[in-house]
Design a binder for this molecule. Structure first.
Ligand code: ZN
Length: 214
C-alpha cells in the first residue's frame, strides 16, 4: 500500500542531507513525501537582508525537494538559530499536530537527539512531544546530518535504506543550494563518505541509516 511520509527538518537543505536518497526512493515507489521545513534559514547570510535570504532559500529548497520527488514543501517560519525558544509555544505545537492529523503519515523522519546543533535538537523534541500528545501511531525515525560514527544508541533499532539507485538524485538536489556556496561544496565529500561507510556496513553501494524512535 502507498504510504504518506513526513520529513520534518529545521532548515532548508537538512532534508536532503539527512534523507535525500530515501525521499527519492520512497517517491519513486509511488509514496507521497511531504517536506516540512521549520525555518527559512534566514540567518545563514548575515550580510544579506533577511528577506532576500529567505526568498533564495525557499526557492532552493523547493527546487531540491522537487528533484527528490517531494509532493509538497511547507515552510513554518520559525526563527532560524532560535528554534528552541519557540518549541514550547502552544501555537507551534498546534501547527505540527494539525499537520500530522491532516496528512496521517505512516512514517515521520526528523532530526536526531544526538545532533550537536540546538535548532535540530529542538525540532526533535517538538516532533516527539507533539506526536506523543496526539498519540501518533505511525513510525518515527531520526536522521543525522553531521556525524559519521554514532556515539550512543548503537544498538537501537535501525531503518536501513539502500539509496544506490537514488544517490545521484540526492547529489543533484544538494547542488540546488547554491546560496550555501562553499559550505555546501565542502559537505559533498562527507555526504559520499557517510553513504559509502553505511553502504559497507549494510552491504549496498550507498545507504542511509535511521534510528527508529518508535
Ligand atoms: Zn539544519
Amino acid at each position: 500500500m502507498k504510504q504518506t511520509i513526513l520529513i520534518c527538518s529545521a532548515h532548508p537543505d537538512d532534508e536532503i542531507l539527512g534523507c535525500g536518497g530515501t525521499i527519492a526512493k520512497y517517491s519513486k515507489e509511488g509514496n507521497s513525501v511531504i517536506s516540512i521545513i521549520f525555518s527559512y534559514g534566514e540567518s545563514s547570510h548575515p550580510h544579506l537582508k533577511k528577506y532576500i535570504t529567505t526568498r533564495i532559500r525557499v526557492k532552493e529548497s523547493q527546487k531540491a525537494d522537487k528533484i527528490v520527488g517531494c509532493k509538497e514543501t511547507i515552510f513554518l517560519g520559525l526563527p532560524d538559530g532560535k528554534i528552541s525558544t519557540k518549541v514550547k509555544n502552544k501555537s507551534t505545537r498546534e501547527k505540527i499536530k494539525k499537520l500530522i492529523k491532516k496528512y496521517k503519515p505512516d512514517k515521520i523522519f526528523t532530526h536526531s537527539i544526538e545532533d550537536p546543533f540546538p535548532d535540530h535538537r529542538a525540532i526533535y523534541k517538538l516532533i516527539i512531544d507533539s506526536a506523543n500528545e496526539i498519540n501518533y501511531k505511525g513510525n518515527l525515525y531520526s536522521f543525522d546530518i553531521w556525524s559519521i560514527i554514532r556515539i550512543k544508541k548503537r544498538n537501537a533499532p535501525k531503518l536501513i535504506v539502500d539509496i544506490s539507485p537514488t544517490f545521484k538524485l540526492k547529489l543533484k538536489a544538494l547542488k540546488c543550494f547554491k546560496s550555501q556556496g562553499i559550505s555546501m561544496f565542502q559537505l559533498i565529500p562527507a555526504v559520499y563518505a557517510r553513504a559509502i561507510i553505511n553502504g559497507i556496513n549494510y552491504n549496498h553501494k550507498f545507504v542511509e541509516v535511521f534510528n527508529k524512535i518508535k
